[in-house]
Ligand binder design. Structure first.
Ligand SMILES: NC(=O)c1ccc[n+]([C@@H]2O[C@H](COP(=O)([O-])OP(=O)(O)OC[C@H]3O[C@@H](n4cnc5c(N)ncnc54)[C@H](O)[C@@H]3O)[C@@H](O)[C@H]2O)c1
Length: 297
């Protein structure tokens, strides 16, 4: 099946990026939000991003206009009924996602592929909320922030995904200009499966006094050629989000390497979420940033 018409659920950080990417790649894209105000807010973010690309000369003013013209905002599920694929990027809440999928399953054409952008929930558990026929047409498409710039998409299949649906979805990922990698529905897929234990280990190293915040970051940056150290990365992702994902992965695998270290838990309890709250391993309220003073022993 050739995918032509794209639906996106949610126009927050990820939904807006996905919608922009789809429309830029030439797909007619309908975006559903819970209120008109919210899809308009998302579209304003898209407009800003397109302006930046145009100013840099990455896209022409004509391409900017064409992308805009391919985007439609709505609050109605009915406008998604004839989409070939619907990519869901609503809040990370299983109940909310299942309710949404149940509603969509009842109105979408039988061929519509359902794709979730979840980072940590089980695709299989969401799939289970839909009818038996739809279950073969259910996948994960995990994009990375910021979506218009990040090349990777993890295309995830469950034990029931039909082979042709999976191949069509991988091809669609390429048509979006991304590099798709294939992964199975095990919590964390490929990237978080490898990245999360690494980030948690860096916090354990700090806890155990192996090195200071700055030295741990510099060691991994300069010793491994990583663009940023693991503690800076944690602040960037959000320590609350990191904690939440670690908990879910620990529940799935019951392995110590996924267990959130006590220091991470205490930083979250203390409101040190990273960049978004102004303080995490570093204090961003001052320029230049310095490590946040913490009593570690
Ligand atoms: N933030 C990231 O870096 C990142 C990366 C990869 C995947 N994800 C996943 O993407 C999803 C969205 O994350 P986000 O960071 O964009 O969140 P966000 O909070 O920025 O956006 C979520 C949006 O969904 C809307 N929404 C809620 N219920 C809805 C519904 N029933 N229909 C339509 N819209 C609805 C909300 O109004 C909100 O605007 C989550 O599943 C998250 O795990 C996030």
């Amino acid at each position: 099946m050739e995918i032509k018409k794209v639906g996106v659920l949610g126009c927050g950080l990820m939904g807006a990026g996905i919608a922009q990417t789809a429309a830029s790649a030439g797909f007619e894209t309908t975006v559903r939000e819970v209120s008109e105000e919210l899809w308009q807010k998302g579209f304003a973010a898209i407009e800003k991003s397109l302006e930046r690309f145009a100013a840099k000369g990455t896209i022409t003013p004509e391409q900017q206009k064409q992308t805009r013209d391919r985007l439609f905002g709505t609050t109605s599920f009915d406008d998604l009924a004839d989409c070939d694929i619907i990519i869901e990027a609503i809040i990370e809440n299983l109940g909310e996602k299942q309710t949404t999928y149940r509603q969509l399953d009842a109105i979408c054409k039988p061929e519509t592929i359902f794709a979730s952008n979840t980072s940590s929930l089980s695709i299989t558990e969401m799939m289970a909320a839909t009818s038996q026929k739809r279950q073969q047409r259910f996948i994960g498409m995990h994009f990375f922030n910021p979506v218009p710039l990040m090349k990777l998409v993890e295309v995830v299949r469950t034990i029931l995904t039909a082979p042709d649906v999976y191949e069509d979805s991988v091809a669609f990922g390429k048509n979006l200009g991304k590099v798709p990698v294939r992964a199975s529905d095990k919590t964390g897929f490929i990237v978080n499966r490898l990245l999360v234990p690494y980030m948690l280990d860096s916090i354990r190293a700090l806890e155990e006094g192996v090195g200071s915040v700055v030295d741990i970051d510099n060691a991994m940056k300069l010793g491994c050629g990583y663009p940023m150290g693991p503690l800076t990365l944690g602040d960037f992702v959000g320590l609350d989000t990191t904690y939440y994902i670690a908990e879910i992965m620990f529940n799935e695998f019951r392995e110590k390497r996924f267990a959130p270290p006590p220091l991470l838990k205490r930083m979250v309890m203390a409101g040190l979420y990273g960049r978004k709250s102004g303080r995490g391993f570093y204090d961003y309220t001052k320029d230049p940033k310095n490590p946040t003073p913490m009593n570690l022993v």
